[in-house]
Design a protein around this ligand. Structure first.
Ligand code: GUN
Length: 282
């Protein structure tokens, strides 16, 4: 069965749009997301455009700041600090990856936890590890919503996560562990990855290598979630060889139209949650 993340995301957006109207009635203001992008990477520009469009769809205000590659790091940090102090701003997002030469950690550290709608801050990652999640990274959270949507029974299942990035692989592993899976994380230094993937009831591919997961690596009946977004000859493809793996999988997400739209809907979910939490702290 092919799972349309696009459809699940569309339902989420409808819900968020309704909740946004209620928020506005109650607090007399509109949730606001600020997005910062540095450089001209076309993929990042597309993602940012989609995020801004998502804001429009659910009725949020969005602020977008575009800096050319080479802009002084301090100028970007000064903007984040200004947005951090602006009480009308609920979420601050710096699109990653930043161009070479920027200190990602130093820049992101200026986003207050209460506005960290990407869930990248150490305290948000730490809370997730302690199974007391606050704001969870959008892509792994979107994957969990897909698993929930298909009614996947996770308890005691073997989950294999391919990739150990701070933004996807690590938080993904933690979410699955918190959901009572037995979790294995494989990465570029793992020897014989197929030995692990062949035992996976749930296989999450987030390695950034086009069609890396082939049919021979997949267990019959596995749930396969493809987080990859790769461009090959101008066409988008995932980390999974979709045509080969689809007949073996009980559920599989396509690229595009799978995890991608879910990421955006979770970003909007996190932004509204941040707006509500900030109102309740006043
Ligand atoms: N680059 C790729 N995915 C993401 C994401 O979820 N958030 C940010 N800020 N940058 C990204």
């Amino acid at each position: 069965m092919i799972v349309s993340g696009k459809e699940v995301a569309a339902k989420n957006l409808e819900k968020i749009a309704e909740q946004t109207k209620e928020f506005e009635k109650k607090y007399l203001r509109t949730p606001t997301l600020a997005v910062i992008i540095v450089g001209e990477d076309p993929a990042s520009q597309t993602y940012v455009r989609n995020k801004i469009n998502g804001c429009k769809q659910v009725g949020f205000n969005s602020l977008s700041y575009e800096y050319p590659d080479g802009t002084a790091q301090d100028e970007i940090i000064a903007k984040i600090k200004q947005l951090a102090d602006d009480s009308s701003v609920d979420g601050i997002l710096v699109q990653l990856p930043l161009p070479k030469g920027y200190d990602e950690e130093k820049i992101l550290a200026n986003i207050p936890d209460s506005k960290d709608v990407d869930g990248f801050n150490a305290s948000n990652i730490g809370a997730l590890c302690l199974n007391r999640p606050l704001t969870v990274s959008c892509t792994p959270l979107g994957v969990m919503k897909i698993l929930e949507y298909i009614g996947a029974d996770l308890r005691g299942k073997n989950a294999v996560v391919l990739g150990r990035s701070n933004t996807v692989g690590k938080p993904m592993a933690m979410l699955l562990l918190n959901a009572d899976c037995s979790v294995t994380v494989c990465h570029s230094k793992t020897v014989n990855i197929a030995d692990y993937t062949k035992n996976a009831d749930i296989l999450i591919a987030a390695v950034g290598r086009p069609r890396f997961v082939t049919a021979d690596m997949v267990k019959e009946g596995a749930i396969v979630i493809d987080v990859g977004i790769n461009r090959v000859d101008g066409k988008l493809c995932g980390d999974v060889d979709f045509e080969g793996v689809e007949p073996k999988a009980s559920y599989i997400t396509p690229v595009p139209g799978g995890v991608g739209p879910m990421t955006i809907s979770m970003l909007l979910y996190n932004t509204l949650a941040s707006a509500v939490a900030r109102e309740n702290e006043r």
